[in-house]
Design a protein around this ligand. Structure first.
Ligand SMILES: Nc1ncnc2c1ncn2[C@@H]1O[C@H](COP(=O)(O)OP(=O)(O)OP(=O)(O)O)[C@@H](O)[C@H]1O
Ligand SMILES: [Mg+2]
Length: 510
């Protein structure tokens, strides 16, 4: 049986394919009540890591939980070496995510509502990553799920999966004139938007954009700020535990907000504080405006103030738990009118779309794009000259999971120096001069020996860069796999000396 697993910042949701239906798995919470999610939380109990509902229970008994650890994956510096703090222990992030995924697998097999349909030990699943996830983020997610005993059949961008759920449910809004859907996904920690073209059951993602640092968690902070201001306090007046409680209370108050509410009550250091909803909304509006500006280019808007082109848009589909804040649909409808639809299952839309993608019998197909560019700063004269070469554009279509084909880009040239300095990066966008702009993530820094007499030496950084005449023939080869991960191969064709650089984790210790 095929699963769709949406590893979310605050909640992880699983759906499965069952003869054309895509039900959401329920799990038992601490009281034994069914919930359509597992909280993405870890806590330390007696020197052991516990996850999900068990971690929440431990938190109630006094353990300090770590939430939103998926956010650490988005950091440009993230790698297999990254550690996070759980209680008083430092734990590798990869170990935390692997442990979480292993506990999820265990729950699926023992207590989840689909346990009787599942066969272990390995579970087959499509998983999701934020649309603009960089290579290391994709790699660590995939690696953690594999180590935890999942066979990952596909890794799909979150809003692309939600686009499948839209056309499965709202297919009637699509017609020959209106063939495109914009998915607006405001989750706990990230904002993602995709423009999906739908032709019958064929889905093609035309573009995806997003913000790695805006989500419901940030709205909680805004509400907590409002409550603190009302109480005449600052964050420094609260200890760590009281801060965590304030944020938790702000989140609960936010999730209970009805469209008509005028006031909300948030506990600050044990005392209830009444806050005006209008003031909170005013403070949260810039966050929502940022998401609208980020999505703008998908609707032909170049500036946030331009008017959108909605002529072939069947719907703007709101998914993600944080789109439940009444302010969000309100601001979007002010901008885009009646074509704004909220998903009936905002939190589960991605997981359902993943289950549809994983289901070989669904008849739905999905073509997705890299959505982050890959390029290299080539340094001449040991960094004194720097030029940028965009190698793979963010619009490149990813190879399908079932094809052996890989997207390959090659470059060949005669070396003009004795060594080559390459700073490979992933980038979100290019500016008008063709230089990467905004968020840039390092991929690898490589010093490659062009001169045959330097090949095999390990002190190349010390070798001064010199121009050479008639250098050897060099080939650069770039390959992208179906998960959107790039592998770089540099070869001296004269001698056969070659190096390959890809994202790899260190083997688990012990
Ligand atoms: N009714 C509601 N009103 C407002 N916010 C809500 C509501 N229900 C849930 N949320 C918020 O939605 C967020 C979680 O959304 P969701 O479950 O889509 O995120 P996620 O998948 O865990 O995160 P991400 O997709 O960013 O990794 C939290 O910030 C939560 O407080
Ligand atoms: Mg999500």
């Amino acid at each position: 049986m095929q699963l769709g697993v949406d590893f979310g910042t605050t909640r992880t949701i699983v759906a499965y394919a069952d003869r054309g239906n895509y039900p959401v798995v329920t799990f038992a919470d601490a009281d034994g009540d069914p919930q359509e999610f597992v909280p993405t939380v870890v806590a330390l109990v007696d020197d052991e890591l516990v996850y999900g509902f068990e971690a929440l229970r431990a938190a109630e008994a006094g353990a300090v939980p770590l939430r939103s650890f998926k956010r650490a994956l988005a950091s440009p510096e993230v790698g297999p070496h990254t550690v996070v703090h759980v209680g008083d222990r430092q734990v590798p992030l990869l170990e935390v995510i692997t442990g979480f995924a292993a506990s999820l697998r265990h729950e699926l097999l023992t207590s989840g509502s689909a346990r009787d349909l599942l066969e272990g030990p390995t579970l087959s699943a499509a998983i999701a990553v934020p649309a603009h996830a960089h290579g290391a983020q994709r790699f660590l997610t995939l690696e953690a799920f594999r180590r935890a005993g999942f066979e990952v059949t596909a890794m799909i961008n979150e809003p692309s999966a939600a686009g499948l759920e839209y056309s499965h449910r709202q297919g009637r809004t699509l017609n020959s004139r209106r063939t495109r859907v914009v998915v607006y996904d405001l989750g706990g920690g990230t904002f993602d938007a995709s423009l999906v073209k739908v032709d019958g059951t064929a889905h093609e993602v035309l573009d995806s954009l997003g913000l790695n640092d805006v989500g419901g968690d940030d709205i909680d902070v805004v509400l907590a700020d409002c409550a603190l201001a009302e109480a005449g306090l600052t964050w420094d007046d609260l200890d760590v535990r009281a801060q965590a409680e304030l944020l938790g209370d702000a989140r609960e108050a936010k999730e209970r907000l009805s469209p008509q509410a005028k006031r909300l009550v948030i506990d600050v250091a044990g005392r209830p504080v009444i806050v005006k909803v209008a003031a909170c909304y005013a403070a949260a509006t810039p966050l929502v405006e940022r998401t609208i500006a980020a999505m703008g280019p998908l609707l032909g808007m170049l500036e946030a103030t331009d008017s959108p082109d909605l002529s072939d848009i069947a719907g703007i589909y709101l998914v993600g738990g944080a789109s439940g804040l009444p302010l969000v649909p309100r601001l979007l409808r002010e901008r885009f009118g009646r074509r704004v639809h909220r998903s009936p299952y905002p939190a589960a839309s991605t997981a359902i779309g993943l289950a549809i993608a994983a289901d070989r019998d669904s008849g739905y197909s999905l073509t997705d794009r890299l959505s982050r560019g890959f390029g290299v700063f080539r340094e001449g004269e040991s960094g004194r000259r720097l030029s940028f070469d965009p190698i793979i554009g963010r619009e490149v279509v990813l190879p399908g999971a079932e094809t052996a084909d890989r997207v390959v880009v090659t470059r060949r040239y005669r070396a003009a120096h004795n060594v080559g300095w390459f700073r490979f990066v992933e980038y979100a966008a290019l500016d008008q001069w063709g230089e990467p702009r905004g968020d840039i993530v390092p991929f690898a820094h490589v010093v490659f020996p062009f001169s045959p007499d330097l090949q095999g030496r390990d002190d190349l950084e010390q070798v001064g860069v010199q121009r050479t005449e008639g250098g050897p023939l060099i080939e650069e080869r770039y390959t992208i796999d179906p998960h959107g991960m790039v592998e770089v191969n540099l070869t001296c064709l004269d001698t056969g000396y070659s190096q390959t650089h890809a994202l790899r984790a260190r083997e688990p210790v012990g």
